[in-house]
Design a protein. Structure first.
Length: 206
């Protein structure tokens, strides 16, 4: 089934994912999943007991895509491909999500300081009865950071809406000594892999 229009639903509130889709000329409409009470989140992001990071990020992404598809059907919205994604940071098999507070942000940055960690971003595209998914992994090496630098960074608004407590596209770029993988994947949407999935769903990408 080919899309009748060159537009997708983006099941993400991330401003970075919006910027990245615009970068490759993808037109989208936001389809936001519920994250807050009173009825609770549409998709919980709790790690299951014994769940490995790569399985966790892929599962959460699939759940986001499935939830978005149910919303489209319930609201009788026009049929379009749905893009969902999830990003997590991993070090020593420890999954680092978005820090809930200052203490957690400081703890995460201390764990990353002077070491190499992995950033996993899983992308899922669904359209009709078909779905496609890929998970991309990048290595990120942090330089050693002083306690003063960590405290100063965590006193800003930067860490609190980003997995691992940092964003490569912001001031934290000054901590990053080396990356191996996908810069846009570390931002939250690896564009090469995303473009391939959207092409499979019938979209024209340049």
């Amino acid at each position: 089934m080919q899309p009748t229009e060159q537009k997708i639903y983006l099941a993400s509130k991330s401003p970075r994912r919006r910027e990245l889709l615009r970068q490759i000329g993808v037109d989208f409409e936001l389809l936001l999943l519920r994250e807050q009470p009173p009825r609770g989140p549409d998709v919980t992001e709790l790690v299951l007991p014994g769940e490995h990071a790569i399985d966790y990020v892929a599962r959460v992404t699939r759940e986001k895509a499935a939830c978005a598809q149910r919303i489209v059907q319930a609201r009788k919205l026009p049929a379009r491909p749905i893009l969902a994604a999830d990003t997590t940071v991993v070090i020593d098999d420890r999954i680092l999500g978005k820090p809930a507070d200052l203490a957690e942000a400081v703890d995460m940055l201390r764990a990353l300081s002077g070491r190499t960690h992995q950033v996993l971003t899983s992308i899922a595209v669904s359209y009709g009865k078909q779905s496609w998914q890929v998970t991309q992994s990048s290595d990120v090496a942090f330089a050693a950071m002083t306690a003063q630098t960590i405290d100063a960074y965590c006193a800003t608004r930067e860490p609190y809406d980003k997995a691992g407590g940092y964003g490569i596209q912001g001031p934290a770029a000054s901590f990053i000594a080396h990356i191996s993988g996908s810069y846009t994947g570390i931002m939250g949407l690896p564009l090469f892999e995303t473009a391939q999935l959207l092409k499979q769903a019938g979209l024209r990408i340049l």
